[in-house]
Design a binder for this molecule. Structure first.
Ligand code: ADP
Length: 256
């Protein structure tokens, strides 16, 4: 499913956070969104989910304006995968994932075999079936993040919005979650992933988009977007890109 953002503007009170943003995330692509804290990455995702109302522009999924859809119809197209917080959810992993199917049920209906199968498939897809009966709040951060991804898959959404999914994870878990995101894109999901690490965009993304002061500063192939100049503009730091056989590597410069 293709996600198109057209001239999207958003304000909190009088303060404009996003100014006429336009871009497209294609089906089967992982789009990394870069930008310093407070630039509007989460706000953008909330607009796509219908949790915030833009003051201008449109958001289309395969040409359908999301604002015209019911919450249930929207949930079948887009899912938000939140950051892992040290919150305690006293549910099993299976029940957490099963909650992703609640949009497909009428208000008072309980999940049936179809929904349970969707939850099982989602856990299997992410290779975490063995966690199904474990309490969610006893898992590692990386495992919890994968459970959130499984919940989005059980929701049957084809566009996945991952809001800094690696922020609180150790290095190994970061690579695991990013690898899972890339595999989902390979399988035809459209994945938008915000990250603080430009190296993530270089390693895992098909395209990258840099947000700065409410506008798109750069958008395209990660190697073209992630340049020393762009990183200086975004983060105010001197950073070099060193070419290696495995692709460019981001290296902070002395004195910064
Ligand atoms: P990011 O995800 O890139 O860190 P956010 O989308 O969370 O950025 O925030 C964008 C800007 O909007 C920030 O300046 C933030 O302080 C502000 N902001 C976020 N949420 C609210 C809110 N509910 N009310 C007012 N301002 C907000």
């Amino acid at each position: 499913m293709r996600l198109t953002i057209e001239n999207l503007s958003f304000r909190y009170g009088g303060r404009e956070v996003l100014h006429e943003i336009s871009f497209t995330a294609e089906e089967g692509e992982l789009l990394a969104i870069l930008g310093p804290n407070g630039v509007g990455k989460t706000t953008l995702f909330k607009c796509v989910m219908g949790l915030e109302r833009p003051c201008g522009g449109r958001i289309l999924a395969d040409g359908t304006d999301l604002s015209a859809l019911s919450p249930r119809a929207r949930a079948h197209r887009v899912a938000l995968i939140p950051q892992v917080h040290p919150l305690s959810f006293r549910y099993s992993v299976f029940d957490m994932v099963l909650m992703g199917t609640s949009h497909s049920l009428s208000p008072l209906a309980l999940p049936g075999e179809r929904e349970r199968a969707a939850a099982r498939n989602a856990l299997e897809r992410l290779g975490i079936s063995s966690l199904a009966d474990r309490p969610f709040d006893r898992l590692s951060g990386g495992e919890q993040q994968l459970v959130f991804v499984a919940r989005a898959l059980a929701q049957q959404a084809k566009v996945l919005l991952m809001d800094e999914p690696t922020a609180s994870l150790d290095y190994g878990n970061r690579l695991q979650v990013l690898g899972a995101a890339r595999d989902l894109a390979r399988d035809g999901y459209t994945v938008l992933l915000s990250t603080h690490d430009p190296q993530h965009a270089l390693w895992f993304a098909d395209r990258a988009l840099a947000l700065h002061q409410g506008r798109i500063l750069a958008y395209g192939a990660p190697r073209e977007v992630v340049t020393a100049d762009l990183l200086q503009q975004l983060y105010g730091r001197r950073i070099a890109l060193i070419d290696t056989e495995q692709g460019p590597v981001v290296v902070p410069q002395e004195g910064d």
